[in-house]
Design a protein around this ligand. Structure first.
Ligand code: NAD
Length: 735
């Protein structure tokens, strides 16, 4: 029998080697067709008396499989929406049957009567690891690049093909919960130490080792199907269980504030599943998976954090007809805080960099910063000493503009001063080839005005990084009025080369991300002024799903920077542009030297380590305090999410961001906008424009004009439209 995605070869010992190698794909993924073929392989190997056992592996170099094709799950959401029109019960039934397909296929493998061994040759994720867990033996190639994980929780779902039942029956419950609720990667050695795999083998010996297991008499029965089986972590109702479950539930609450239904479902599946026989546990998991798939959180997270993210990373917004750029040399002007970071991520992508500053000393300082970042990697075991030397050899620190000759692109990160930027643009362009692109990392100066300094404004663009550059995954690409497609294509190619996610934004004050972040902080100022206790402000923001409280964030970005931005805005747009009470608030902090973390004091105090930072008690004396019992935390949470989402809606209305995928993904990657919502616009889509507008109107009445919904939202509410319907035409199109 022949298959589209698999080859099956049976050797003289009767061992069938099943090799999964999907044509035309760089990575194996589960599709309906793949599952049908595995089903047929189980039937035919069982029926063939000559087959004694099966070794299941992948034909892709370095990867076993990425797991389920989440676009398949995405299409399931459409199915749910259609079925819901009939009745919620009908929808639940459709999903229940669909999600059971993988579960019972895997159960069929483990009860087929012949031994199956999974030979894991590379990255093995999600459904692929779950399939391996259903095999009677698991051998993994001994290679640091091999990672095993059940990462589903990161996109709002959970291991729903037996993972929540097999993992805690193979390893202790605490490790099982940790692995599944964080989605962490395991190295082969760690997986072996935990007891998740049986053997780690030399990559070249992988298949041999798997076959040897079968020849050695591997029993085709899972431990949980044997009489006398005992749970490795002990039963739920035991001393060990009593020690584990109460803190496990508390930790989940602390980490998620109940915002992630999938994480909660993992705990429920494990707890309830370990109380019952294995197959009943599988059915419990199937029910919770059905429930989670029908949540708004799962739908939005899969869309933004998997589908859209992947599309943007593949260059969805790249203009058509532009040849792909290969980078042989990049120039970075300014070797300061941002410049050194930009040079570091560029060199990390294997691209030679010229790092230029005013004099040799300043340039060398930037290179020393890069060496420090390499040292951190060496300490963590992610870089060797020789690797560091090679890395640094790619960075040329110099004050000499002649060294920029031949650069495919230059990224400018000198002082935020138009005159300084003009000077370096002119000097650099004098040596750059006609084809080169000049990109500015300015955070506040309009790209169109900086482009006036350029002799070829069509090849002038903004590439806005966030700090710390090596950690932040988002880059805003800013289009000036005259920026051409060639420059945009090159900028996107560069951002992809350094493995970050690009979003394309039209030129405006604050671009997209900073406009949203400023609203977040501004609402925190309002709350402080109203007398909401600072701790409640910070906690409510985190309970709403923000990773960092607005006051802590303001300390990181610096209070004097907020002051500078406010004053500049008033200068440019007039006094009505900023609430004078906000200026008074930051003025008072700056006067006291409370500039933020860099000054050791801001909204927080930063005592010597190991003491932890804590909110500055003096905040209480700045404004008359409300009684905390009278403050509604739910309202505080709503205010934070709504004020940011409204700004994102305005940004769409103004045509600054044109593609909802970019607004959503950008908001999560840049400032961690409550990921369970799927991002700023999905938050609105998730509850529906009508409900959102009504909520905003209530907030406007109680708290002010910042909650006034733009006309766009009223329009969408009237038509019952979502952002993805209204701006759907942009999806898949270039800027
Ligand atoms: P920085 O002060 O740390 O670094 C600026 C560097 O430019 C210094 O090393 C300085 O010596 C060098 N420089 C100044 N004039 C020069 C000249 N004429 N020729 C060559 N080099 C010169 O500043 P930074 O925080 O790295 O910011 C740089 C740019 O990045 C600014 O435009 C800023 O708005 C933008 N930006 C900053 C952040 C941030 O978080 N700091 C974030 C995004 C964008």
């Amino acid at each position: 029998m022949s298959y589209k995605n698999f080859s099956v070869e049976t050797d003289a010992d009767g061992i069938a080697l099943v090799t999964w190698d999907m044509p035309g794909k760089s990575m194996n993924v589960f599709t309906q067709e793949v599952m049908d073929e595995i089903d047929a392989i189980v039937d035919s190997t069982v029926a063939d008396a000559a087959v004694k056992g099966v070794v299941f592996t992948s034909g892709k170099k370095g990867s076993f499989s990425g797991g389920a094709d989440l676009t398949m799950i995405n299409s399931m959401f459409e199915l749910i929406a259609d079925a819901k029109v009939k009745s919620p019960e009908a929808a639940a039934k459709v999903v229940f049957d669909r999600v059971g397909r993988m579960t019972w296929l895997y159960r069929k493998i483990e009860t087929c009567g012949k031994p199956w061994v999974s030979a894991i040759n590379g990255v093995c994720m999600g459904g692929a690891l779950e399939l391996s867990l259903a095999c009677h033996g698991r051998v993994v190639a001994d290679d640091d690049k091999v990672k095993l994980a059940l990462p589903e929780v990161k996109v709002g779902i959970f291991p729903g093909a037996g993972g929540t039942q097999r993992v805690p029956r193979l390893i202790n419950t605490q490790d099982a919960l940790q692995m599944m609720t964080t989605g962490q990667n395991l190295s082969p050695k760690r997986a072996k130490a935990l007891g998740l795999v049986h053997e780690v083998a030399e990559p070249a010996r992988l298949i041999d080792a798997a076959k040897t297991m079968i020849k050695g008499g591997l029993k085709p029965v899972q431990p949980w199907d044997e009489k006398g089986y005992k749970l490795p972590g002990g039963p739920v109702y035991s001393a060990a269980g009593a020690n584990l479950w109460p803190p496990a539930i508390a930790i989940l609450r602390r980490e998620t504030f109940g915002n992630y239904p999938a994480a909660t479902a993992i705990l429920k599946c494990v707890y309830e599943g370990l109380l019952v026989p294995f197959e009943t546990g599988l059915r419990i998991e199937q029910r919770y998976f059905t429930e989670v798939l029908q949540t708004t959180e799962a739908r939005m997270m899969v869309r933004s954090l998997f589908v859209s993210l992947q599309e943007l990373n593949k260059g969805a917004r790249r203009p058509a007809g532009q040849a792909e750029s290969k980078f042989s040399k990049i120039g970075v002007l300014g070797a300061g805080f941002m410049g050194a970071g930009i040079a570091y991520v560029t060199a990390a992508a294997g691209i030679p960099v010229v790092l230029l500053d005013r004099d040799q000393e300043a340039a060398d300082k930037g290179k020393a910063t890069i060496a420090g970042l390499c040292d951190d990697e060496v300490k963590k075991g992610r870089m060797t000493a020789a690797g560091k030397e090679d890395f640094l050899a790619r960075v040329t620190a110099t004050p000499d503009y002649a060294a920029l000759a031949g650069c495919d692109m230059v990224v400018e990160a000198v002082f935020e001063d138009s005159a300084v930027k003009k000077g370096v643009t002119e000097k650099a362009e004098a040596v750059l080839g006609a084809d080169s692109v000049f990109a500015s990392n300015t955070s506040t100066i309009p790209i169109s005005s900086l482009a006036k300094n350029s002799v070829r404004p069509d090849r002038f663009i903004g590439i806005h990084f966030f700090s710390p550059v090596q950690k932040m995954m988002l880059v805003e690409i800013i289009l000036g009025k005259e920026t051409g497609d060639a420059a945009l294509a090159r900028a996107i190619d560069y951002v992809r080369a350094i493995k970050k996610t690009p979003i394309v934004v039209n030129d405006t004050r604050g671009f997209y991300v900073n406009r949203c972040v400023l609203q977040y902080m501004s609402e925190a100022y309002n709350m402080l002024i109203e007398g909401v206790p600072a701790a409640m402000i910070e906690n409510a923001a985190k309970m709403a799903g923000m990773p960092v409280g607005p006051l802590a964030l303001n300390d990181e970005t610096a209070v004097d920077l907020s002051q500078k931005i406010m004053k500049q805005t008033v200068k440019d747009l007039g006094p009505a542009a900023i609430d004078p009470r906000h200026i008074d608030l930051v003025d008072r902090l700056v006067e006291k030297g409370r500039l933020g973390r860099k000054a050791g004091k801001g909204f927080y105090d930063y005592p010597e380590k190991p003491a932890k930072k804590h909110l500055w008690p003096g905040l209480k004396d700045m404004y008359p305090q409300q009684d905390p019992d009278t403050v509604n935390v739910e309202t505080l949470k709503r205010r934070f999410l709504a004020t940011i989402a409204l700004e994102a809606a305005r940004v769409m209305e103004e045509g600054i961001v044109t593609d909802p995928r970019e607004a959503d993904v950008g908001s999560i990657l840049a400032f961690g906008f409550a990921p369970y919502t799927g991002g700023t616009l999905s938050y609105i889509d998730g509850m529906g424009a009508k409900a959102f507008v009504a909520m905003a109107a209530n907030l406007e009445k109680a708290y002010g004009a910042q909650f006034k919904a733009p006309k766009l939202l009223h329009d969408m509410a009237a038509r019952g439209e979502t952002f993805y319907q209204r701006f759907g035409a942009q999806v898949g199109k270039a800027a």
